[in-house]
Design a protein around this ligand. Sequence first.
Ligand SMILES: C[S@@+](CC[C@H](N)C(=O)[O-])C[C@H]1O[C@@H](n2cnc3c(N)ncnc32)[C@H](O)[C@@H]1O
Length: 324
Amino acid sequence: MDADNCAGGRLYSPLADGPETCFDPSYLAAKKSIDDRALNRYVWTALCQALPQTTGTEPANIVEIGAGIGTMLTRMVDWGLLTGPATYLATDCDGDHLPLARRYLAAWADERGYPLHWLEKQRSRLCTTQAEIALVFETVRAEEMACRTESRGTFHLAVAHAVLDLIDLPAVLPGILSQLTSNGLAYFTCHFDGATYFLPEYPGGEEEEILRRYHASMEARLTGASNTGRRLLNMLQGPGLELLAAGSSDWLIHPRNTTYSGDEVVFLHALIATVEQELAGKSGPAPAGLAAWARTRHQQVDMGTLTFLARNLDLLARRRPPLP
Ligand SMILES: C[S@@+](CC[C@H](N)C(=O)[O-])C[C@H]1O[C@@H](n2cnc3c(N)ncnc32)[C@H](O)[C@@H]1O
């Protein structure tokens, strides 16, 4: 695949007639267990405490932006956030994710013995031991979602995981937040914050320049994208908002006894390929030694000697009720 890259190695390619981004579903599935480990438990616990206070006796009404193949929903069930009745609107700009999400969720529900009934192609009902969830998938861009007037002020929780680096935050974020109820919550997680490291140290100075150019390519795509984590940290302390919790959710992958999990292998190879493809002659000449760098780092994955670290942030904010 002629893949472009976005922050932290999120694999995508621009399509001529389709959505601007197209993420490899096997990468998204592999990323799930990496994200499970990375997600900040302090921020997660704060979400678990705040959500019932926000919903009160109403069914939780949740929207996810850039939901991919549906991994966050499965996490929210598995980790016990969703109890009782809920509606979950999973949105993504890429319509190709819908059949994959159906398959991913069917396999997940089947494994746990949860009934999952599809009422239509995009609507289903999921019953777990604790929750009953009306699930709706919608192919819609965050930019469009942000402009909707009919759902303004209706969601108790907006979720965005590893996606806001693809979105023009000053233009779109206020509209997304306007979809929240008074006291509604924004749970924005695994957003890249400007630092990528590969170990062991690469001989010569090439890697420094490769990573500098890699981060610059994110900026060329969207100003501020390479620092999305800290931009959100600032924006979520703006007027009408209260930052309830913030913490790191770094991706850190290291070999154990020269081996990785299957997901880690997929994830690491995808990251290295992404860096190489992003910089291979797209905007000016490729950095010196790029192909040799990628070859070496791929070989280190195969040999079980590579360590990878990328800095991400998790944030939980609340929309303050309007002043009387
Ligand atoms: C890195 S993937 C993350 C997917 C999912 N949140 C996860 O972590 O598995 C980014 C997702 O955002 C979607 N996306 C990209 N730009 C978007 C936009 N402007 N509006 C809505 N979704 C978008 C992509 O199609 C992709 O599914």
